[in-house]
Design a binder for this molecule. Structure first.
Ligand code: DON
Length: 324
């Protein structure tokens, strides 16, 4: 299976990855070229459905990339992995006083909460907004998240697309509603003074929108994923970025919740921790081996990227039939 993959002959692996990429790109039977691009804001609606890139980075730092690999896209919900990892590494399981640890079974933006009134997990929108509030509570900012991402991926600093951020903020009614519901549930930490609490929730939302608007490419995310696959050590710099406990928390929640209400089937078929984003990115970590990031804008019904999923199915079938 794909998780049995070892990379002694990176070149032969690279060729298989390239072949899979080309097969999906030149799809003739409409097997991989369906799906809808996100249209809720103009910067995403303008995306070309044919954009397609992929990158793999191994736990020994070998990297390959194909297609539109130099193009940048907004990190969107893959940023939930970054913020959760950053926070969990600071405060450990204390996070889960405020955010649950179970799949929600419904859409990523659903206005539902667990029995305690908390978001179901850090991978859905409400959970990520809560994670942002806890990051602010730790006196950390977007700059600290960007620093962390830079150290973790050993790539140039990510920047936000300010136009995209403003559009997200202006039209993200559903996210504003989720924050209000969490205020009503008294779900945020330290809700004592109403004015202060409202300000706090507004800054959490703001950080969430900015984090979604970070511009990245497949190489940066594959390198970030390889750090997770390498139990928290950046394979290129050798720096420990995350504790093994945090890595375990992150990859487990990616496995159970990263593909939203498509997580059950994806995990049954493939069993690999993954996280999708609405701009078409898909990050997949193969613990001990490396990480893939694929980007192509068309999404399936659950809001997960069609070509990204196809890449993982294809590679999984190659590696269940061939031994490297
Ligand atoms: O908050 C939102 O709805 C978007 N900015 C991000 C959601 C997202 O990426 C969901 N992923 N598939």
């Amino acid at each position: 299976y794909i998780w049995d993959l070892t990379i002694p002959h990176f070149d032969s692996f690279r060729k298989k990855l390239e072949r899979s990429f080309k097969e999906i790109k030149s799809d003739v039977n409409n097997e991989y070229s369906w799906g809808e691009i996100a249209t809720y804001i103009p910067p995403l609606a303008k995306a070309d459905p044919n954009w397609f890139s992929t990158s793999f980075c191994s736990t020994d730092g070998q990297l390959c990339k194909f297609g539109d690999q130099e193009k940048f896209f907004s990190i969107q919900s893959i940023g939930k992995v970054v913020t959760y990892a950053f926070l969990h590494n600071m405060i450990g399981d204390e996070v889960h006083k405020w955010v649950g640890e179970e799949p929600s079974g419904v859409a990523f933006n659903a206005p539902i909460f667990d029995k305690l009134g908390r978001p179901h997990n850090p991978m859905v929108n409400a959970g990520a907004i809560m994670v942002c509030s806890l990051i602010i509570y730790q006196n950390k900012s977007l700059e600290d998240i960007i620093d962390f991402f830079q150290r973790a991926s050993d790539t140039p600093r990510a920047k936000i697309d300010s136009q995209l951020y403003l559009e997200e903020k202006l039209t993200g009614y559903n996210n504003h509603a989720l924050a209000s519901l969490m205020l009503a549930n008294k779900a945020f930490p330290q809700q004592t003074n109403a004015e202060e609490t409202k300000r706090f929730s507004d800054s959490a939302l703001d950080l969430y929108f900015m984090n979604c608007s970070l511009m990245v490419n497949v190489e940066q995310l594959a390198r970030f994923g390889a750090m997770l696959a390498n139990n928290g050590i950046n394979p290129t710099t050798g720096e420990r970025i995350l504790s093994p406990k945090t890595v375990q928390a992150v990859v487990t929640l990616m496995t159970t919740c990263g593909m939203y209400n498509g997580a059950g089937k994806f995990t049954k078929d493939l069993g690999v921790p993954s996280k999708s984003g609405v701009s078409g990115g898909l990050l997949t970590v193969i613990p001990g081996i490396g990480a893939f990031c694929t980007w192509s804008p068309p999404l399936n019904e659950e809001g997960n990227p069609v070509r990204g999923i196809a890449m993982i199915y294809k590679l999984n079938s190659i590696y269940s039939n061939f031994n490297l």
